[in-house]
Structures are given as structure tokens and as C-alpha cells.
Design a protein around this ligand. Sequence first.
Ligand code: SF4
Length: 487
Amino acid sequence: MQNDGRLTHVLDPEDKGQDECGVFGVWAPGEDVASLTYFGLYALQHRGQESAGIATSNGKQILIYKDMGLVSQVFNEDHLHPLTGHIAVGHVRYATTGKSHWQNAQPTLGPTPFGTVALGHNGNLINTQALMAKVRDDAGEDLTGELGRGSSTDTAVITALLGAADNYDSLEEAALGILPALKGAFTLVFMDEGTLYAARDPYGFRPLVLGRLSAGWVVASETAALDIIGATFVREIEPGELLIINEAGPRSVRFADATPKGCIFEYVYLARPDTKIAGRGVNASRNEMGRALAREHPVDADIVIATPDSGTPAAIGYAQESGIPYAQGLVKNAYVGRTFIQPTQTMRQLGIRLKLNPMREVIEGKRIVVVDDSIVRGNTQRALVRMLREAGAAEIHVRISSPPVEWPCYFGIDFATRAELIASGLNVDEICQSIGADTLGFISPEGMIAATTIPESKLCTACFSGKYPIPVDHAKVAAGLDPAVEE
Ligand code: SF4
């Protein structure tokens, strides 16, 4: 990502926490598993836009294709056709650890004492360096798999640990032995030549669900991916659970006790609105966040508009609760993905307009409430307020359906460092001034949590509260070390 503030708007239009990855797996004899995975990844594209990959197995050998870019840019019929078999694992990636280059694309592939493993990971480990030291102890300098090919991710380290597991009798046993040593957030979908596996860390930071096809089974980051391929939702993979899927169907074993701490940011921004997490619809949560925001921060205004698309359900909730009409004030270019083309100087000056453009006839002369889901660095909101003023808004009242983000995430969301988070240095009035709004209101932590209907004790809220479910050492991070606190 570029450091220049405006350039960031163009290259990384969200200017907010980016989720690391989406994972998908299928076990379905007689089905075109590569195509099912392609469409599953298509549904999960919002979770990662830097690279995409699919591995398949016919029971004897694993084939893999992956590359940089969106799912639709990486795959065509010619790539999918050779990916035959009845098992598949797929992945879309946004880099949080390791650079954004081909070697770090997933699924990772590596040899093990029991065959080959292809693995996709959503999350972020906080003890990667310690695990890497263990890999070097076990395997020496002769690294295999993606590590040997120059990958630098925590995912490659997990794959290497499985590869060096010659003191176990099977991949299942190796996974049960290794998973408890991983610290942090990990939602894994992996396979060897004959079996599909899915695992979720004991906190269940990231979602993972099991679905049923007429001819088999599916695991996916979000329920929306099940809907899109016609699978029915069966249940969530439990925190601390390893699921093994083969001819005998799914079999569950535990590698740790569950201590659920689902990421609340999934409800705020990350997950698709048509996904359900822990039985709660994401759209309903966002809508309720907007309603709570209207109760907590009312204002006299003519229209409520959203920053599309992630702010839309909360903006509708704000409008419903306040009685102020909802209007479409901004048009989003739905086709802006991640571009690797450097913008021209003129485009840099246009800022976020590549993605959002105001509807002058809706905005001119109006007192506007604009609802967004979060403020991370504040760059997008500053540019947005300027854009709305240029379009003739009489007043601009910014309402945010999450509290100020004051702390970094070490569990799979690529927020800025603490110093770059606008709310870590400024209070609400100062942020309001910095982005140039007339007024600014954030939902309270209590309001946000209540809107999910999930008990606070089962949620991670660390980026808002600083209360990390797993102890972390910020000083170690500043020194370039893993955040994990030594035990
Ligand atoms: S720190 Fe924030 S973004 Fe990260 S897992 Fe916790 S709630 Fe989610």
C-alpha cells in the first residue's frame, strides 16, 4: 500500500480495515469441484482481492492454480478445466503478513510424511517467529513447501510444521498435535490427496461454516458462499474444532476448549450483509447499529445518505429511527477493485472519486446526515466531506456505526499502526474538525455490541476497547517482533 494519503484512496479505496482472506473447501464426488470453488470464492471476493487460488485432488494427486488478482482475473475456463477431482480448497487473499506477491498467494502447497497438503488460512498468528524457529529446529535449513520457495507468511509456517511432522502417523494426528501451538486467529481449510479438513482457532475470531450439497459437503468463511452455490447451511465449525471430511462424511474432533471471541468488526464492516454469523444476520446487526446511532446522536437534517455499500444498512436504520428520509447521495463504481496501475497526478487530485461520486441534485442545499461504518485513518471521510461540500451540501453531519478505532488488530485485520489511527491521537471534536464535518457522532460500544445480540463476553472488541482476548505486547510489535507475550 502506498503511504501517500490521496494515493491510498485510489489504490485502496476502502481506507479502512482490510480483511485478510476468505477460505472455501468442498468434498463432493461427481461434482465439478473447481467450478464450485470458483463461485464460492467469487462470493467471498470482498474478503481478499490481492490473489486467488484453487487446489483440487482426485484422490491420487493434488493440482493447484493461483495468481495475483481478483477471482475473475485469475481464472478462466482454461485454468479451471484441468483442476479435476472430488476435493477442492480455495482461497482469496489480502496480505496482512508477508508481502503481496505470488509466492504468498494461497492455497500453500507442501509435502508431508503422509502425502501432500494444500492449505488456505484466514487470520493472523501472533507467534509466527517462535513457530518458524520450531520449523528450523525440526526441518533444519532445508525448508520444503512454500517456505522453501520464498514465502514469508504465517500460513507457509503452518504448512511447514505439517511438513515436518514425522513424529505422527497421519495428517489428522499431526494437525491435532500442531494446532494447539498456534497462537492468534486461524481459520484453516486444508486437504491431502484423500481428505478435506477445516479448523477454527479456540476463540473463533473469524467465521467458518459447514454446508451440505446433495452430493457432498462444503466449508466456507461465510454463509453467503453456501447460498451462492446452492448448499444448505448445516452449522458453524466450533472454535477449537477440527473437522475431517471424507467418504464417511464429516467427523469432528477437538484440539482445544472453545473460548469464543468472535470479531465484532465482522458485523460492523467485514462480512457480507447477507451472511449470518453465530445465528445473527449481519444486515440486521448493521441496521440496528444505525437505529442506535440515531437514538444516541440525533440531529435536525433533510436527508440521510450512506457511504455505499458498507454504510448502507446502518444509514437505512438511522433514517427509519429518526424519520429523516433516506436518499442515495453517492454513486459507487462497483467495478473498482484493487488496481496496480499508478494513478496520474490529475486522478490523485480527484481522490476518492474513482470510487464514489456525489449526486449533486440530491445534495445541493440540503442538511445531510452521512452514515459510514467506521473511521480508521480518516482520509476517506475527509475527502468525502470535501466532496459533499463541493456538491453544495448546506450542512454535513457524519455518523459512524462503530466506536472510534483506537487500537491495532493482531487477529487478521490490517488496520493502520496505532500512530496512524486517527482516534488514537484525537478526541471526537478534533476528529470532527480534522475531517471538516459540522458534527460527528460515533455509536457507543454498548450500542454496537447490543446490535449484534451476541453477549459481550463472546466477542472480541479489542480495536475499540484495547482489551485483547490473547495478551499482546505492543512494544514487541514496535521492535519488529511477534506480539505474543512469552509464557
Ligand atoms: S481487534 Fe477488532 S478487528 Fe481485530 S479481531 Fe478484535 S474486534 Fe476484530
